[in-house]
Design a protein around this ligand. Structure first.
Ligand SMILES: *[C@@H]1O[C@H](CO)[C@@H](O)[C@H](O)[C@H]1NC(C)=O
Ligand SMILES: *[C@@H]1O[C@H](CO)[C@@H](O)[C@H](O)[C@H]1NC(C)=O
Ligand SMILES: *[C@@H]1O[C@H](CO)[C@@H](O)[C@H](O)[C@H]1NC(C)=O
Ligand SMILES: *[C@@H]1O[C@H](CO)[C@@H](O)[C@H](O)[C@H]1NC(C)=O
Ligand SMILES: *[C@@H]1O[C@H](CO)[C@@H](O)[C@H](O)[C@H]1NC(C)=O
Ligand SMILES: *[C@@H]1O[C@H](CO)[C@@H](O)[C@H](O)[C@H]1NC(C)=O
Ligand SMILES: *[C@@H]1O[C@H](CO)[C@@H](O)[C@H](O)[C@H]1NC(C)=O
Ligand SMILES: *[C@@H]1O[C@H](CO)[C@@H](O)[C@H](O)[C@H]1NC(C)=O
Ligand SMILES: *[C@@H]1O[C@H](CO)[C@@H](O)[C@H](O)[C@H]1NC(C)=O
Ligand SMILES: *[C@@H]1O[C@H](CO)[C@@H](O)[C@H](O)[C@H]1NC(C)=O
Ligand SMILES: *[C@@H]1O[C@H](CO)[C@@H](O)[C@H](O)[C@H]1NC(C)=O
Ligand SMILES: *[C@@H]1O[C@H](CO)[C@@H](O)[C@H](O)[C@H]1NC(C)=O
Length: 488
């Protein structure tokens, strides 16, 4: 018990044991979920990658390394329950579940011009929200908090923590078709006509739908994609529920699209400090990162036809909170998050490239501005790879150097992907003002911002390949090592 508390306090890890898969009402340490089948996550590096330096230190101690640490993706939103796992583990009867209304999560989609008409990629999830008692919900919520509990949080934070937990413990609905009414919106947001019905499905085992469908426009409300440069919008409403409302963005073949990550670039998450990251994600109000909203607002004003696409690997279930924050703080735009069939660490590491490839393939003539921060190992690999994989389509890459402004970020990152890239197309920056005044259609690099790219692993505990010993980093790595040992 004490062992687990210490372990939990040191590190967010789901220390998986071999007990039967019942969801105990009182999690005693931050375990994100009880997996449906007992499993132990062990990282076995297939090839040299970021994280190997941490690995080599930990391996010296003879321990297996939790994927959380070793993957370089400090992603605590992992291995959420899917399918009927929630229903059975919470002991919810079929009748009680049948009585709960079916809800739809509709991610704001993009649509492309096919030459004949517009077609839209509808994607989202169908689920039921079981009636979880407050005390059961509080117990589940406490499982996501380190060194605190829902009863110790201010009322507004407790409410948000319960809200997110409830969003995670939903019962996904497979084999259902979803019908949506799609209505053209005028430039000032008014509905034009009564719209058309589109049906997608059936939903996957995880309740997901993900399908490209043509948009009928018999009354000619929409501008043709070969005759406009502007982004048009349409409202989506899922029949049978008021939960599945979203806006679809019709994006013409040519122009500029900003693809932006969210955590630690648009909002303060501190994903690299688990206890903080969990509080920032579950309890505290979402807070913009410095004056980033002003930068995006100015981009949007300077380039009215700019398309914003928010691409984050946060899991689908909790995107309503991300969308609410983004749409209140940043320009409106389409969304991609992590579908539920991408659940384990290796799938999580592959999802960003999957989603990037999909939007690049959908808009082969558009130019993309990619924005994120250095704390995601998948970004560090995938963003520069887009330059070679899709020649001519990457306009700019902007990466916030999180360790420059945040001494709490002790995760190393790999800049080798940038080797050979023309400096004029990328910039590592420290504060939002470094991006101030850049004309995205012409320039990506503000020469007054010092670049310190070694084209290798950076932010290592022992310095960048040198012998300088940073003792605070060493202590942090040893803390991780100790907690791993306690944990296993
Ligand atoms: C837990 O909380 C106590 C009291 O607030 C604090 O002293 C301690 O540093 C915290 N531990 C962690 C791991 O955050
Ligand atoms: C985009 O258009 C092409 C046809 O040009 C079509 O095959 C593809 O599915 C469309 N993609 C989306 C996301 O609508
Ligand atoms: C745009 O495409 C439509 C066919 O979908 C065609 O009828 C029209 O002439 C095209 N407009 C231009 C300006 O090429
Ligand atoms: C949820 O359960 C509580 C008792 O635990 C009950 O009072 C309440 O009516 C239920 N709500 C719904 C919507 O079924
Ligand atoms: C949680 O909050 C979001 C955003 O306010 C809201 O859309 C959603 O319905 C809430 N979910 C639950 C389960 O309360
Ligand atoms: C969903 O639609 C397909 C045809 O697109 C149909 O074959 C199937 O029976 C429908 N499923 C349900 C549950 O309505
Ligand atoms: C869409 O479906 C709804 C519900 O079945 C129906 O009332 C409405 O008339 C349909 N709209 C169109 C354009 O077919
Ligand atoms: C969703 O859209 C429908 C149809 O436009 C509207 O009647 C309803 O009020 C909307 N629901 C919410 C929660 O905004
Ligand atoms: C998840 O589902 C999508 C289609 O919805 C599929 O293209 C993708 O390969 C699946 N990913 C995994 C990891 O199963
Ligand atoms: C990021 O900032 C840190 C701390 O200032 C610095 O040591 C490092 O070289 C920077 N990395 C890049 C790629 O500029
Ligand atoms: C880098 O790009 C700039 C602007 O497009 C260009 O002027 C310069 O020649 C390029 N440098 C190299 C080495 O290709
Ligand atoms: C945004 O634009 C306004 C008005 O043009 C300008 O005063 C301000 O300095 C700009 N801010 C940034 C961060 O670019």
């Amino acid at each position: 018990m004490a062992r687990f508390s210490v372990c939990a306090a040191l590190l967010v890890l789901s220390c998986v044991d071999a007990s039967p898969p019942t969801l105990r009402p009182t999690p005693t340490f931050p375990r994100l979920v009880e997996p449906a089948t007992p499993q132990r996550t062990v990282f076995r590096p297939a090839r040299r990658d970021i994280g190997d330096d941490i690995n080599s230190i930990l391996n010296g101690l003879g321990s297996a390394i939790p994927s959380y640490v070793a993957s370089g993706v400090p992603n605590f939103f992992q291995n959420f329950p899917t399918g009927t796992a929630v229903q059975s583990s919470l002991g919810i009867g079929d009748d009680a579940l049948a009585a709960a209304p079916t809800q739809v999560l509709n991610l704001p989609p993009y649509a492309n011009w096919t030459g004949q008409g517009w077609s839209v990629l509808l994607h989202g999830n169908v689920f039921k929200q079981p009636n979880i008692s407050q005390s059961q919900l509080d117990d589940l919520t406490n499982g996501f908090l380190i060194n605190t509990s829902v009863s110790q949080l201010p009322a507004s934070q407790a409410a948000q923590a319960r809200n997110l937990t409830a969003e995670i413990y939903v019962v996904q609905q497979s084999d259902l078709n979803v019908t949506m009414t799609i209505v053209p919106l005028s430039a000032d947001g008014k509905a034009e006509g009564t719209g058309q019905n589109l049906t997608v499905g059936p939903t996957s085992a995880e309740g997901d739908f993900n399908q490209v469908v043509p948009i009928p426009d018999p009354d000619g409300h929409l501008q043709l994609g070969n005759e406009t440069d502007g982004i048009q919008s349409m409202s989506l409403h899922s029949l049978g529920t008021d939960t599945g409302n979203a806006t679809a963005y019709l994006v013409p073949p040519e122009g500029f699209t900003v693809i932006s990550d969210i955590d630690d670039i648009l909002r303060v998450t501190k994903i690299y400090e688990p206890a903080e990251g969990l509080l920032n994600s579950f309890a505290r109000p979402f807070t913009p990162w410095m004056n980033m909203p002003e930068i995006y607002a100015n981009w949007s004003k300077a380039l009215p036809n700019l398309h914003f696409h928010y691409l984050t690997t946060t899991p689908e279930q909790i995107t309503p909170n991300y969308m609410e924050f983004i749409f209140a703080t940043y320009p409106l735009g389409s969304f991609d998050t992590r579908p539920l069939n991408f659940s384990d660490v290796s799938a999580t590491l592959s999802i960003r490239k999957f989603l990037l490839d999909r939007i690049f393939q959908t808009f082969p003539q558009r130019k993309f501005v990619l924005v994120a921060d250095t704390s995601n190992s998948d970004v560090m690999k995938d963003y520069p790879a887009m330059v070679t994989d899709f020649p001519g389509q990457v306009q700019c890459i902007f990466l916030r150097n999180t360790s420059a402004t945040d001494s709490g970020d002790r995760f190393p990152y790999d800049t080798s992907g940038f080797k050979g890239l023309n400096q004029s197309m990328y910039m590592f920056f420290t504060v939002p003002d470094d991006l101030k005044g850049l004309d995205l259609t012409k320039e990506c690099y503000n020469s007054s911002v010092p670049q310190n790219v070694s084209f290798g692993e950076q932010g290592l505990p022992f310095g960048n390949g040198g012998f300088s010993l940073d003792s605070s980093r060493l202590v942090s790595v040893l803390m991780v090592a100790i907690s791993v040992l306690l944990c296993l």
